[in-house]
Design a protein around this ligand. Structure first.
Ligand code: GRF
Length: 193
């Protein structure tokens, strides 16, 4: 059984979909949720599913051992970022090279980078007059939203869309495709584009 670790610090709707997708799987299981934000919705989701939560703090993550020994105990097949806003330090990337993936709510390389998260992304897409947006699932490297693309899906930006209505459409795409893409990665059925 392969072990999956989710890093999340927000509402956790993607984490919830991934946890339930693998609950009955014979291939993999979510064994740990890592969170940096006390009170985040994802903590309740993990607890309801009996998954331990590791609360991390900045100093140790960026300037200490990066929690690497603790994470390595699980021998994770993948570390899945799902709404985790801190940059991943090089030490952690090196410790799990090629095994860290992220989802971004836009079609990278556009609308990525520092400060491009949540509704900031959707506001920028709407302000640019784009007629299409989407999601990007990619490997994580040292730069924000930069590693090799694994998967993209598209959706229209409709006249009259606000950041919130576009965010809803994007969230649906994420919920459909993130668990399935992780499953294909685990089965080695996809390689980066
Ligand atoms: C998602 O839109 C994802 O693309 C981004 O953060 C958001 C997390 O949402 N990286 P949720 O916490 O999974 O609901």
């Amino acid at each position: 059984m392969k072990q999956l670790i989710i890093f999340a610090s927000g509402a956790g709707s993607n984490a919830a979909r991934i946890i339930s997708h693998f609950q009955e799987s014979k291939e993999a299981r979510v064994v740990l949720v890592v969170c940096n934000k006390p009170g985040a919705g994802v903590i309740n989701i993990a607890e309801r599913n009996g998954i331990p939560v590791l609360m991390i703090e900045k100093e140790r993550f960026f300037r200490g051992d990066g929690y690497i020994p603790q994470l390595q105990q699980y021998k994770p097949a993948l570390i899945i970022l799902a709404g985790f806003l801190w940059k991943i330090p090089t030490s952690v990337i090196d410790g799990f090279r090629g095994r860290i993936v992220n989802i971004h709510p836009a079609l990278l390389p556009r609308y990525g980078g520092k400060g491009m998260y949540g509704n900031h992304v959707h506001e920028a897409v709407i302000a640019a007059g784009d007629t299409e947006s989407g999601i990007t699932i990619h490997y994580v490297d040292e730069q924000y939203d930069h590693g090799d693309t694994i998967f993209q899906a598209r959706c229209p930006v409709l006249p009259g869309d606000t950041a919130d209505t576009l965010a809803q459409r994007i969230h649906q795409l994420e919920h459909t495709h993130y668990p399935a893409t992780i499953e294909r990665l685990i089965l080695n059925a996809v390689r980066p584009a």
